[in-house]
Design a binder for this molecule. Structure first.
Ligand code: GBH
Length: 486
């Protein structure tokens, strides 16, 4: 990729790192090769193709297990600082348990990391991006407290093996998504037990995250790495200026971001007060003898509080919030507990994902809210991006990235938010969970019809490359001045 920069106006600091992200289930393929065990997403998509939009699975995906050298070459072409990817627990520990280590799995991730380091690209590693070993799900998965110890075993193995090569670690990607959508909805493992299993999952994930962080502090701090967690936040804007809607929006922020953010980032620790109160009350109202939201011991509150070096933030879009009906049925439900109505403004530009509208100012508001709510923690933007139609002239994606970067720039330079890095999701098109291959987020297009899954740089790759190299958002972006060289 050769990129041309027009006169820059909005610039980030000289060393500001830009990167791109992916996740293992969405890219790697080779789902049962070289000793890899089955994950819940393998099982779920094999058993329920009817639930996947295009009835596909990720058995091959972008075949990055075999094509990782091509991927690294493309990351390098972009001229970015780092590559965020995840490791498959079930490739390293096929049963999820520490007594059976798959050496071929370790070897593969060593090769990938070495290839990145040779290219001068820092690896940013997510330990868990939703693909739980199926055998652990057979024990109840994230609803069974025993999993906390198993996760720490796995995390220790990662530090032992890759610790000297990796500077930035994320324990979990979007626990709210995989706990609620997985145990309370239609993602794998598909428990559909909203308001019950999702809270159990969250509870154990918070403990697993913190125990991993404390284990790192005790056993690996000599590595001088940074350990964090990636949380997602949709900006939730009150639909009107009414006090009810303002309150509803703040409640919704606490139920979404705060669920995991408050125990880890706040001065007091523990779940947000509003979650505690509402779920306790609703549970009793529904005839339970105790709250559906479990409680932490004081020791656990202290262990979880401040268990991070940096906060990973995934931000894509914004929604409007109004007060809900206040009706509580007898069936437990996270949505009823949150008790709000969400909507999108018809005038907000759409993308190819129903849940993502282009609302750049929401990015700045998200960062400012995090700054004010949690005493300005260091934030690593671990994901931001959008899907648009196939094709290399992705002007809409260029516009999305440009607008969101300008909003990010305002958050840093006008509001004083501490943002350490920015990551575009995703390096290339990949398997978008329940949407299969139908949603394309890539800077690189993947031709799923070609036998070698050809990757081609889009216009947005050239644009992003210019930003990554110059650290500036080009002012008068002239499409004809960009050369895409594949
Ligand atoms: C992230 O998930 C993931 O980390 C990544 O793997 C994924 O590819 C990427 O984003 C793009 O989707 O009920 O309409 O509000 C985002 C997962 C999907 C969770 C939408 C929240 C809300 C849907 N999010 N979901 S809606």
């Amino acid at each position: 990729i050769r990129a041309y920069a027009a006169t820059p106006k909005q610039c980030f600091e000289n060393m500001f790192p830009f990167g791109v992200a992916s996740a293992v289930f969405q890219t790697e393929g080779a789902w049962n090769m070289s000793g890899k065990g089955e994950s819940i997403w393998d099982r779920y998509t094999h058993n329920h193709p009817e639930l996947v939009f295009d009835h596909t699975n990720a058995d091959v995906a972008t075949d990055s297990y075999h094509k990782y050298r091509d991927d690294v070459r493309n990351v390098k072409k972009l001229g970015v600082t780092f590559y965020r990817f995840s490791i498959a627990w079930s490739r390293i520990l096929p049963t999820g348990l520490i007594n059976e280590i798959n050496e071929e799995g370790l070897k593969y991730y060593h090769e990938l990391i070495d290839e990145l380091l040779k290219a001068g690209i820092y690896p940013v590693v997510t330990m868990y991006h939703w693909d739980l070993p199926q055998s652990l799900q057979d024990l109840g998965g994230w609803t069974n407290p025993i999993i906390v110890d198993y996760f720490v075993d796995y995390a220790r193995l990662l530090f032992q093996n890759f610790g000297i090569k990796v500077s930035h670690w994320l324990t979990f990607n979007e626990p709210r998504s995989f706990c609620h959508d997985g145990y309370g909805g239609y993602n794998a493992p598909g428990s559909r037990s909203s308001g019950l299993e999702d809270y159990l999952c969250g509870h154990n994930v918070l403990r697993a995250h913190a125990m991993t962080f404390r284990m790192y502090e005790r056993e690996f701090s000599h590595l001088k790495a940074y350990v964090g967690i990636a949380l997602d936040m949709v900006w939730l804007e009150p639909a009107t200026t009414s006090a009810d809607d303002q309150k509803a929006a703040e409640t919704a922020r606490q139920f979404t971001f705060g669920w995991f953010g408050h125990p880890i980032l706040s001065e007091e620790g523990d779940y947000p007060q509003v979650m505690r109160e509402v779920i306790d009350r609703n549970s009793i109202h529904q005839g339970f003898f105790r709250s559906r939201l479990p409680t932490f011991t004081p020791e656990e509150v202290a262990m979880i509080k401040k268990s991070y070096h940096f906060l990973g933030l995934n931000h894509y879009t914004t929604k409007l919030v109004t007060k809900g009906s206040g009706n509580i049925s007898n069936k437990p439900s996270y949505e009823d507990d949150m008790g709000v109505k969400m909507s999108q403004k018809p005038t907000w530009p759409k993308t190819n994902a129903t849940w993502i509208n282009v609302v750049p100012w929401g990015f700045r508001k998200t960062l400012k809210w995090i700054k004010n709510s949690f005493n300005n923690p260091p934030v690593f933007i671990t994901e931001n991006g959008a899907p648009f139609e196939a094709g290399l002239q992705d002007v809409k994606r260029v516009n999305y990235i440009e607008a969101y970067l300008r909003s990010l720039h305002d958050a840093i330079y006008k509001d004083g938010c501490r943002v350490m890095a920015y990551t575009y999701w995703s390096l290339m098109d990949n398997y978008e969970w329940m949407w299969g291959y139908s949603e394309r987020f890539g800077l690189f297009e993947v031709d799923y019809k070609s036998s070698n899954l050809t990757r081609s740089a889009r216009l947005s790759a050239a644009f992003y490359s210019t930003v990554a190299r110059t650290k500036c958002i080009p002012d008068n972006f002239n499409y004809y001045n960009y050369y895409i060289i594949n």
